[in-house]
Every structure is written in structure tokens, then in C-alpha cells.
Write a protein of this length. Structure first.
Ligand code: DC
Length: 239
């Protein structure tokens, strides 16, 4: 019989700024699982490209040069005891704040659309998932990275509500952005992420939908935890 403590993998996909990471982090904390923010990894590659002038002012990406440089892009997460969070590091530097700027957001979808970038990051993400006990959020987690995840959620919410959340987050970092600018970015990223050729944003057929437009964080957490508890009982009862 499988141990009661058998660990499962949980995939959380969905549109931009749906609150995926908030739920994923709380879930990982509650279960003592590893939380992986896959979007942060794509953001780190976009930041690298910006830092190395591989993105022209026009927005054009020097894809050949970026592809060549990918082996020099080292991304990892380190636990910060002060914030109690895993923070993103790019080539040894803590870039947790820099990767959240609107400048990075404006370029990240096209970076994430590059086949070579996806191949590199998906490989790392799959390796992490092998250890089980992982909560990972992104766009292709339930479909490509962890198609065998025991539990999959797909989060949706009204675009204006999502933009307001991202706007509040950016303002809290001291950014001088305008709401309409953030709304435009959220909408265009959704459009691009859903229509790109490589691993587009799709809901896995076995995913559970959460529309959190009108849900509080506690309500979302309770909803997700109920599913997790049920799934863990099922898994524990497998002979
Ligand atoms: O979750 P986020 O907004 O931080 O993600 C940043 C971008 O990265 C998003 O526009 C889409 C892309 N992304 C992706 O293509 N695949 C993932 N698994 C995660 C993010």
C-alpha cells in the first residue's frame, strides 16, 4: 500500500495576474512542498536579454544571440529568511524585484514564445517535478511540464480585476505605472500566450477551473485545499 505521506504534484495554470502564485505559495507552505514560479524563470531570461542588449528599442529580439547565450543564463531560487519567500536569482544576483517591472512584462511573452527558451526551462522544471511534492504555476504546467500531476487547477478572472491586482502590486514596489498601461499589458500577454506556436496557454482536460473574480483569498484557498485533501486520500488508498 502507498504510504499516507505520498507526495503529489500540483499544477496551477491560468491567465496573467490571476493570483496563481498567491494560491500556489500558500498551498506549498501548508503542505510543506516546494513552490516553483515558472513565470519567474521566463522573466529572468527576459531580464538577461534586456541587460545584454538583445532586445532592440523597437522590441525586436536578437533570437540567434539569445539562443547562443542561453547556456550562460543560470536561474535558481533561494530562500530568503527575512521575507520567508523563495526569490529568483539570475547568475547569482537576486533579481526578484527587477523581473516584476513593466519593462520585463512588456517583453517576456515573446521571450517565452521562443522554442529554445522553452526547451531549456521546461527541462529544468520537469527535473524539479521528478522529486514530487511540488506546486508549480505557469501556463503549460498541467499540459507540458507535469502532464501527470495528480492535481491540476486552471485559474481565470475578469481582465480588469486582474489588471487592478497587478497595478496594486507594481505600485507597492514604488512603480509609477498607469492602470490602463497595466490593463493593456495583461490583455496583450494573454493574447500572445494563448496563440503562440510553442506550448501555448491551454487548459488541461483534467484541470479544475477556479474563477476567482469574486472570491476572497480564503475562499480560494479552502476550495483548493478541499481538492488536495480528497486527492491525498485517494492516492493514499491506492494499493
Ligand atoms: O506568470 P507570469 O506573468 O510571471 O509569467 C510571465 C510570462 O511568462 C507570461 O507572459 C507567460 C510566460 N510563461 C510561460 O510561457 N510559461 C510558463 N510556464 C510560465 C510563464
Amino acid at each position: 500500500m502507498t504510504s499516507v505521506k505520498t507526495k503529489i504534484n500540483i499544477a496551477i495554470d491560468g491567465y496573467s495576474s490571476c493570483g496563481k502564485s498567491t494560491i500556489a505559495k500558500s498551498l506549498a507552505k501548508e503542505l510543506n512542498y516546494v513552490y516553483i514560479d515558472s513565470g519567474a524563470m521566463y522573466r529572468a531570461v527576459a531580464l538577461y536579454a534586456l541587460q545584454h542588449n538583445l532586445i532592440q528599442p523597437s522590441g525586436a529580439i536578437d533570437e540567434a544571440a539569445l539562443e547562443k547565450a542561453l547556456d550562460m543564463v543560470l536561474i535558481n531560487f533561494r530562500y530568503n529568511t527575512e521575507t520567508g519567500q523563495n526569490e529568483t536569482h539570475l547568475n547569482g544576483m537576486n533579481v526578484e524585484k527587477e523581473i516584476r517591472t513593466l519593462q520585463v512584462s512588456n517583453h517576456v511573452s515573446r521571450i517565452a514564445g521562443m522554442k529554445a527558451v522553452r526547451q531549456k526551462l521546461v527541462k529544468i522544471q520537469k527535473r524539479i517535478a521528478e522529486g514530487k511534492g511540488v506546486v508549480m504555476d505557469g501556463r503549460d504546467i498541467g499540459t507540458v511540464v507535469m502532464p501527470d500531476a495528480e492535481l491540476k487547477f486552471f485559474m481565470v478572472a475578469d481582465a480588469r480585476v486582474r489588471a487592478q491586482r497587478r497595478y496594486d502590486e507594481l505600485r507597492s514596489y514604488g512603480s509609477d505605472v498607469q492602470f490602463e498601461e497595466v490593463l493593456g499589458n495583461v490583455s496583450s500577454r494573454d493574447e500572445y500566450d494563448s496563440s503562440r506556436t510553442h506550448d501555448p496557454l491551454r487548459m488541461a482536460p483534467d484541470a479544475i477551473i477556479i474563477n476567482n473574480t469574486a472570491l476572497t483569498l480564503d475562499e480560494q484557498f479552502d476550495f483548493v485545499m478541499n481538492h488536495v485533501k480528497r486527492k491525498m486520500e485517494d492516492v493514499s488508498n491506492v494499493v
